[in-house]
Design a binder for this molecule. Structure first.
Ligand code: PLP
Length: 397
């Protein structure tokens, strides 16, 4: 006998994976260059060269020390480096003891959710939200409550958020720059969120945390920046990852930061460490802890992503599609002209354009396009997009 809910999760193919596999099969039929796969968020620019240099340097180290277990929260050297890096942005200094290394943002978020999943706990997800959050929450016993999307600006609908806060609300999950919208929350949005959570927290008699999922933190364009959230709302826990920033999602490295000013920070940190342990965390990969410790100043190469973002947005808008202008990450949402995102994705698929309907991101009526693709593929895809626009009778320029 197996646990039914996990069996279901295990056999259910994610929509993204399904499309990706379809794309590979279709490439054999129509040729690789005629399939336009915008489905998956796998970085398309290589990791900065310095990463390989640092790896080579580290391989000279004593192998016993290099490949051995580290303390569960990470080796001292790596935690110190991250704390020093975050302290440059933080009003209140970050100490190495505030950092807990994880195997990426996914286990970081999962450990935080487990740590906060007291009886009847509820987490607020702000649509559009990363479609894996409900899976991270699945074994915690907590409930995910969705705040419907602001489909004009893709900020936060505060009236809807406030209505959903009650005694059981433990945390609000935010992700900015956002997957799938590519939008960055304005500082004013975060300030308003902080005000509401402070007031509501006083009303219900316990703090409401913000879990800030930040794997795209430095992937921002047009000179925009994503602020350091604990400077705005102290009860913020940061979940960070190097998967996208340094183009190394397969290496599985990231961290949780619980700043001192966060309510009950010591207890919360300990609960996150305990929750991580309970879900099988031993330590994050020792080599990669040391790599990122030596690469804290590295920033992603934004040029290709920026070029793709601008090209796809400009071309699709000219054809008459309504697109959400991305300011960060490497995704763009396009509205289905008839409001049917599944139908839109199917019609696009018939033209070998692969795109993910945003229903699973809590935002039906839109489709997500990953722009971490090759610029040449975008150019090749434009005639197919024109056909798609024509099929909806869109009047382009
Ligand atoms: N959170 C968001 C918003 C993501 O987009 C992703 C990956 O796509 C993750 C978390 C998981 O990232 P990681 O590879 O660091 O586990």
């Amino acid at each position: 006998m197996v646990v039914e809910k996990y069996h279901k999760m295990g056999v259910a193919k994610s929509r993204i994976r399904e499309l990706f596999e379809y794309g590979m099969a279709q490439a054999k039929v129509v040729g690789k260059e005629n399939v336009f796969d915008f489905s998956i968020g796998n970085p398309s620019v290589p990791a900065p060269e310095k990463v390989a240099e640092v790896v080579k340097e580290l391989l000279e180290m004593d192998p016993i020390a290099l490949h051995g277990y580290t303390p569960a929260g990470g080796c001292a050297e790596a935690r110190e480096a991250i704390a020093a890096d975050l302290s440059r942005r933080a009003k209140d200094q970050i100490r190495p003891e505030n950092i807990f290394f994880t195997c990426g943002a996914a286990p970081a978020m999962t450990a935080c959710m487990h740590a906060l999943a007291v009886e009847n706990a509820e987490f607020l997800l702000i649509a559009p939200y990363f479609s894996e959050y409900p899976a991270y929450c699945a074994s915690t016993g907590a409930k995910c409550v969705v705040v419907p999307p602001d489909t004009e600006n893709f900020q936060i609908r505060f009236d809807e958020l406030e209505k959903r806060i009650n005694r059981n609300t433990q945390a609000v999950i935010i992700n900015s720059p956002n997957n799938p919208s590519g939008v960055i929350y304005f500082e004013e949005t975060l300030r308003k969120l902080g005000e509401i959570l402070t007031r509501k927290g006083e009303e219900i008699g316990h703090p409401i945390y913000v879990l800030s999922d930040e794997p795209y933190r430095e992937l921002t364009y047009d000179g925009l920046d994503f602020p350091y959230v604990p400077n705005i709302y102290p009860n913020t826990v940061i979940c960070y990852s190097y998967s996208k920033i340094l183009s190394m999602p397969g290496e599985r490295i990231g961290y949780v930061c619980v700043p001192d000013q966060c309510a009950d920070s010591e207890a919360l940190y300990a609960a996150i460490a305990g929750a991580a342990r309970a879900i099988g965390h031993v330590c994050a990969p020792s080599l990669w802890q040391r790599v990122v410790a030596r690469c804290t100043e590295l920033r992603p190469d934004l040029e290709t992503y920026d070029h793709n973002r601008v090209t796809l947005y400009t071309e699709l808008t000219k054809m008459g599609f309504r697109c959400v202008k991305p300011q960060g990450a490497f995704y763009m949402m396009v509205e289905a002209p008839d409001g049917n995102s599944e139908g839109f994705s199917d019609r696009a698929k018939a033209l070998n354009i692969l795109t993910v309907p945003c229903d699973g991101f809590g935002c039906p009526g839109f489709s997500r396009f990953s722009t971490c693709v090759s610029p040449a593929m975008i150019q090749r895809s434009l005639p197919a997009f024109r056909k798609l626009a024509e099929s909806y009778g869109l009047k382009g320029e």
